[in-house]
Ligand binder design. Structure first.
Ligand code: GLY
Length: 555
């Protein structure tokens, strides 16, 4: 296995003699943790395809990054088969049957934010285990007993945690300490863990074994389901056995669009791809390469503002609300939006609507990219929402439950933890999927094919937008994942930027155009990209220098 790490970030360029087939010369995996990447390579080395590797990586991430995703959460797995067929497996969590529109409001009708963030009332019905079974049954070759082996091994034998784990536990300490099952697993004899702490998760290993042996019924039925429901209800949540029994992943047609000469395939609602495409369409009339960098930034921000505004107004679970997707994604619609874009002035978001907003916080979620030698590809972005989700572990299962209920509009018009102001289409309803920013994406200009995505809450879609524009301008994987980032999400009405993303002169110039600017203290995102360059027959995999991930090739 070719696995190399260079400091915090890793880039692998895989060169091999052309195989003669039409697929790439080598397989590649890029994920947020070296052990997860290793799990994917193990599946490929055993004769598995990219879909087997995706199952192995997803399950391993549940063990080695329990704050970012897991069996208690969900996500979107964007697939491309070697025959070119593309689909999105929607494993987004669903509100339980007993959920109500007002469940997070106090008696005065005000949102009580902690209720949708901490504890089992915040948890929606998980989708990840059902997707692992679905991928295995319909796309993979090896079966769950093989692909879940590395995850089970990591859970049983444990592994040494790094700094990211220690930071995530510290951030969610209060929530995690409220319930003994999680405290016993994630703390070091009751103390905050330091890097080097060995995390062993025997209960999670048992749950993974149940899934490996019995498929989806090993999680959504039997002893695991009984425990999940009992513990959730005991903690004040509203799950039922029927909720678990009824959960099914949905195969959706991804959004497919063009940006200049680039084919873009991305997550359909309830994922974040519509926002990406709308922003790209607004930008399609500008030759960004002809503008000076600060004007380019201004135009990209104005496109983000308009696309995120429509997210708030129109997007929700397509199985519950009618989304005018054809209109939102049309070039005519983008042309209409562009009529209010000026090169010299920002159009304040107050002209669209007014709202209060809190601070978007936190790192969460995870992304990985995989390709095999037949060209089968997976871009998967998975989440339990906030770091360590709801902070609640159902005792005896080792499963950290999500707090994705916060991605609904607890009260339409009121912002969630990321400052996103959901609208009526994203109101809570029983059985409904909450809107997401997750945007796993394929980019193809005919000569190069890229598999890309990132975690990062509401900033996910804007990060993928910047990476797409970079790719369209000829950038490679390393610069896409490591570039400095900026963000605008309509509300709060300001540009946020990472250290180094904008110069002092650029900040002054943007302010002069009317933008409010906020310099962030810390970098954000953890992007992982795989690029197959058909011209040179090279496969390049790159992991974001901000994270602890790794990229690897096989053989
Ligand atoms: N939980 C973050 C998202 O789905 O957007």
């Amino acid at each position: 296995m070719g696995l190399r790490s260079v400091g915090a970030w890793i880039v692998l360029i895989c060169l091999a003699a052309p195989s003669g087939a039409s697929g790439p010369p080598l397989c590649a995996v890029a994920s947020a943790h070296p052990l997860a990447t290793r799990a994917g390579i193990e599946a490929l080395a055993q004769g598995g395809n990219a879909f087997d590797a995706a199952v192995a990586v997803s399950a391993a991430l549940a063990v080695v990054q329990p704050w970012g995703s897991g069996l208690g959460g969900g996500g979107f797995w964007l697939l491309r088969r070697s025959d070119g067929r593309e689909m999105m497996v929607d494993g987004r969590e669903r509100a339980p049957r007993a959920a109500t529109r007002d469940m997070y409001l106090d008696r005065f009708g005000n949102v009580v934010p902690s209720r949708s963030i901490d504890g089992p009332l915040a948890a929606a019905i998980p989708g990840a285990p059902a997707v692992l079974a679905h991928l295995s049954e319909h796309y993979g070759r090896l079966g769950l007993r093989v692909t879940l082996r590395p995850a089970i091994r990591y859970a049983e034998q444990g592994f040494l945690v790094g700094g990211a784990y220690a930071r995530a536990v510290r951030m969610r300490e209060a929530a995690l300490r409220r319930w003994p099952a999680g405290t016993a697993i994630f703390f070091d004899h009751g103390r905050l863990p330091a890097p080097g702490f060995r995390l062993v998760q025997p209960d999670l290993a048992v749950t993974l074994r149940s899934l490996a042996r019995h498929g989806r019924d090993g999680f959504y039925g039997g002893a695991v389901a009984d425990r999940l429901v009992r513990e959730v209800r005991h903690g004040g949540g509203r799950w039922s056995l029927r909720d678990l029994d009824e959960y099914r992943p949905v195969e959706r047609k991804p959004i497919v669009s063009r940006h200049r000469n680039l084919a873009v395939t991305t997550a359909a609602p309830p994922g974040g791809g519509a926002v990406l495409i709308e922003a790209l369409n607004v930008l399609s009339a500008y030759d960004l390469s002809r503008h000076e960098p600060v004007t380019r930034t201004h135009l990209v921000v104005e496109a983000m503002r308009r696309a995120y505004h429509d997210r708030d107004r129109f997007l929700g679970d397509p199985d519950f609300v009618a989304i005018p997707l054809n209109r939102l994604l049309s070039l005519d619609y983008a042309a209409g939006l562009r009529t209010t874009v000026r090169l010299d002035r920002a159009l304040p978001s107050v002209h669209f609507a007014a709202n209060a907003y809190p601070e978007p916080e936190g790192a969460n979620t995870t992304h990985f990219s995989v390709i095999d030698r037949e060209g089968n590809s997976v871009a998967a972005t998975l989440s339990i929402n906030y770091p360590f989700g709801s902070g609640f572990v159902a005792a005896g299962t080792g499963v950290v439950l999500n707090d994705e209920m916060d991605d609904f509009a607890a009260r339409p018009g009121t912002p969630n933890v990321y400052g996103l102001v959901g609208g009526e289409p994203n109101a809570i309803a029983p059985g409904k999927r909450m809107l997401s920013s997750m945007t796993p994406t394929f980019l193809d200009d005919g000569e190069r094919f890229a598999i890309v995505g990132t975690p990062g809450g509401s900033r996910i879609t804007s990060m993928v937008l910047l990476a797409t524009l970079d790719f369209a301008a000829g950038a490679g994987g390393h610069s896409m994942v490591s570039r400095r980032r900026y963000h605008h999400q309509y509300l709060p009405d300001r540009i946020e930027f990472e250290p180094g993303a904008l110069s002092t002169a650029e900040v002054a110039s943007l302010r002069a155009r009317g933008h409010e600017i906020k310099a962030l203290e810390r970098p954000y995102g953890d992007m992982h990209a795989v690029i197959w360059d058909r011209r040179s027959n090279r496969v390049t995999a790159a992991s974001d220098p901000r994270g602890e991930g790794s990229a690897a090739n096989w053989p």
